[in-house]
Design a protein around this ligand. Structure first.
Ligand code: ACO
Length: 352
């Protein structure tokens, strides 16, 4: 028995934010952002729109593509680091919002590797014969992480006011991170199939928590009393901190190693991959991974230029686009790889 993906969908918010819109509220430029990251624009949710809303759009699209009714779904896995509430997670939120049955829902938080982990978990649940059809969602909204009280309206074109110098200075403090992220969601329906010629072939997943400070949220946690306090907010500790160069180095070495490992375990050569879908964090990272693995650019598609880094959303959004425009076709062997905060990383193989 194999786990096969029978449908995919995406949930993208309506507000397009080109690089120039960010340059209106902080010291940055389209040229800097494009050169360092490959990003040209990203999408932002409206205030009040959460990852569960984008997840629902994606999930509805995936169900429709799979020709499945919501009553046919046995379990839900929601991967996000930005749930609507501290607890409960987005699983129950989405279960109620979509009117799914009283099925089990799993909330997982592996950040940029969230979808990869969710896919592997879905396969394990199917292989254990507990469930036949699992809805897998990867969704994140980064805008609430950012200091957007200082010009949120300007970035989405809702206002043409000039931000004050104090607001500009505050925004500039976080520019190395804020310019990289966007909001978005993707979803897939994973089903048990007796067709052994296609489907999920397995994954190699890893964690190294020895340097979580390389990419984490310092404040807002239960080692602090109360877990959100004025001092932390004043210090900006609710905003993620990132050692960009350190994460970059980890990404360009650990993702290729994971791809080699999963291919070796499956007894195939990396060169046999028809496509490798890489977590969309930075175009230079994607190109670095392709180079390390000697894969030509046409085998390593990307859409970071349009979405930025949507964390758990990047892989299912890219997968959906490649399915929709025919870059993924029946018979192809494709790989997935991701690395993110944790550090969590890994790679998976899928025979279409
Ligand atoms: N606009 C203009 N200048 C900027 C900006 C900006 N948005 N951001 C930083 N700079 C400046 C810096 O202040 C620095 O200036 P200085 O030399 O005067 O001090 C200069 O640009 C160079 O900064 P670096 O940090 O050295 O730039 P780098 O080339 O390393 O690129 C980047 C930074 C894009 C963050 C890169 O390191 C990166 O992509 N890292 C990996 C990010 C990642 O993959 N994160 C993981 C996923 S996220 C998750 O898991 C949730």
């Amino acid at each position: 028995m194999r786990s096969i993906i029978t449908g995919s969908g995406i949930g993208i918010p309506k507000n397009v934010v080109p690089n120039d819109a960010l340059a209106k509220i902080m010291d940055t430029s389209d040229e800097w952002i494009r050169t360092r990251s490959g990003i040209e624009q990203r999408y932002y949710v409206d205030a009040g729109q959460g990852s569960s809303d984008l997840g629902m759009l994606a999930a509805e699209g995936a169900l429709q593509a799979a020709s499945r009714d919501k009553s046919e779904i046995d379990a839900l896995i929601f991967a996000t680091m930005t749930p609507d509430h501290f607890f409960p997670g987005n699983g129950p939120v989405l279960q109620a919002k979509m009117g799914l049955g009283e099925i089990p829902t799993f909330d997982i938080r592996q950040q940029c590797s969230g979808f990869l982990y969710a896919l592997d978990l879905a396969d394990s649940l199917i292989q254990s014969r507990k469930f036949k059809r699992v809805l897998v969602i990867g969704a994140d909204v980064h805008t609430p992480f950012m200091p957007w009280q200082n010009g949120w309206d300007v970035t989405i074109g809702a206002s043409d006011r000039e931000v004050t110098q104090a607001e500009r200075d505050e925004n500039t403090k976080y520019r190395d991170r804020t310019v990289l992220f966007g909001d978005g969601a993707g979803a897939v329906v994973v089903e048990a199939s007796d067709d052994d010629t296609r489907g999920y072939l397995g994954a190699k997943l890893f964690t190294d928590g020895s340097n979580i400070e390389a990419l984490y949220v310092k404040g807002v946690g239960f080692r602090h009393r109360p877990y959100v306090n004025k001092e932390e907010l004043a210090a900006g500790d609710q905003i993620p901190t990132m050692e960009g160069r350190a994460v970059f180095k980890e990404a360009v070495s650990r993702m290729p190693a994971a791809v080699r490992a999963v291919c070796a375990e499956a007894g195939i050569e990396v060169a046999q991959l028809d496509l490798l879908l890489v977590h969309q964090a930075n175009l230079r990272i994607i190109e670095g991974v392709a180079k390390q693995l000697a894969l030509p650019p046409e085998k390593v598609p990307h859409n970071i230029e349009r979405y930025g880094n949507t964390t758990a959303g990047t892989l299912p959004i890219l997968f959906h686009e490649c399915i929709t425009d025919g870059r993924i076709r029946p018979g192809m062997l494709i790989g997935f790889t991701a690395l993110g905060s944790g550090l969590h990383w890994g790679a998976a193989l899928y025979q279409c």
